[in-house]
Write a protein that binds this ligand. Structure first.
Ligand code: T3D
Length: 258
């Protein structure tokens, strides 16, 4: 099984599972990951996803043994398998936590950056490895990098393809936090469980607003915030949040939009 899925209270943990190749991606693996995300989205009891990798790496990007004799057309078609996955992660109507347990290289680095909150083990690193094999960052790399760390750092990361240690990635704003290796999974699971108890529908609207902000001018973004806020405000969780505040008790959110 190239992907392992485990269900916990409120969330699913999805593990990339080709440890002997540092979880390098194949088309089959992308399909399995895509199906796992669809199943999470269809499950009313699943309110967050935690993505991680088995073994000592998170994901080494495209499995290079599979493209050694590929034509340019084959390479383009490969991305037809991977790029919808990036969009699916961004649009998933619940938060996606990524626990980067080891090296995240090439498409593997950008797969992590597509997630909502990225934690990384202190020993992990991010390598935009594409330049080493005369490719450009794909799977959203050219979109995520400048937005997360600014163009100067984005260009150097892409062109030099040097490993960026997790602590520097956190310092630069590429990821949320670097944590001690032996704490990574406990912290990531606690985060996924915490998010799963929050107002899921509002978090899903938040994802939409934040992604749209990358390209919207302020006036259009304000219009979008107004429209999405109307949706959020119509949810039972909004009413519950306000009531809980006034009652001085923790809210009991359902996660549902209505
Ligand atoms: O254009 C398109 O459509 C194609 C899509 C492209 C998207 C991409 O992701 S392109 C970028 C592809 N990825 C890379 O170029 C990274 C290649 N890997 C590495 O540079 C290094 O392995 C790492 C920096 C990630 C880690 O280095 P290290 O020293 O910790 O591990 P290692 O010894 O290199 O790797 C361990 C094993 O995994 C090794 O196998 P072995 O010798 O034990 O049998 C290695 O060959 C294998 N492995 C690592 N990465 C890949 C891989 N096998 C296949 N494909 C890989 N990407």
């Amino acid at each position: 099984m190239t992907i392992l899925v485990e269900s916990f209270a409120g969330y699913r943990q999805v593990t990339l599972n080709r440890p002997e190749r540092l979880n390098a991606l194949t088309v089959e693996m992308a399909a399995a990951l895509s199906a796992a995300l669809d199943e999470a989205a269809a499950d009313d009891n699943c309110r967050a996803v935690l993505l991680t990798g088995a073994g000592r790496g998170f994901c080494a990007g495209q499995d290079l043994t599979a493209i050694v004799d590929a034509t340019p057309t084959d390479l383009g078609r490969l991305l037809d398998h991977y790029h919808p996955l990036i969009l699916k992660l961004r649009a998933l109507p619940m938060p996606v936590v990524c626990a980067v347990n080891g090296v995240a290289a090439g498409a593997g680095a950008n797969l992590a950056l597509a997630c909502d909150i990225v934690l990384a083990a202190r020993s992990a690193s991010f390598v935009e490895a594409f330049a080493r094999i005369a490719l450009i960052p794909d799977c959203g790399g050219t979109w995520f990098l400048p937005r997360l760390v600014g163009t100067a750092r984005a260009r150097a990361l892409a062109m030099l393809a040097e490993p960026l240690p997790a602590a520097t990635a956190a310092e630069w704003g590429l990821i949320w936090q670097a944590v001690e290796d032996d704490r990574l999974m406990a912290e990531a699971q606690a985060l996924a469980a915490r998010l799963a108890s929050q107002a899921t529908a509002a978090l899903a609207l938040m994802k939409r607003a934040l992604d749209a902000a990358a390209t919207n001018p302020l006036d259009r973004q304000l219009d979008l915030e107004r429209d999405l806020q109307a949706e959020a405000g119509a949810s039972p969780d909004h009413r519950e949040g306000v009531r809980a505040f006034l009652d001085k008790r923790p809210p009991a959110f359902t996660g549902r939009p209505r």
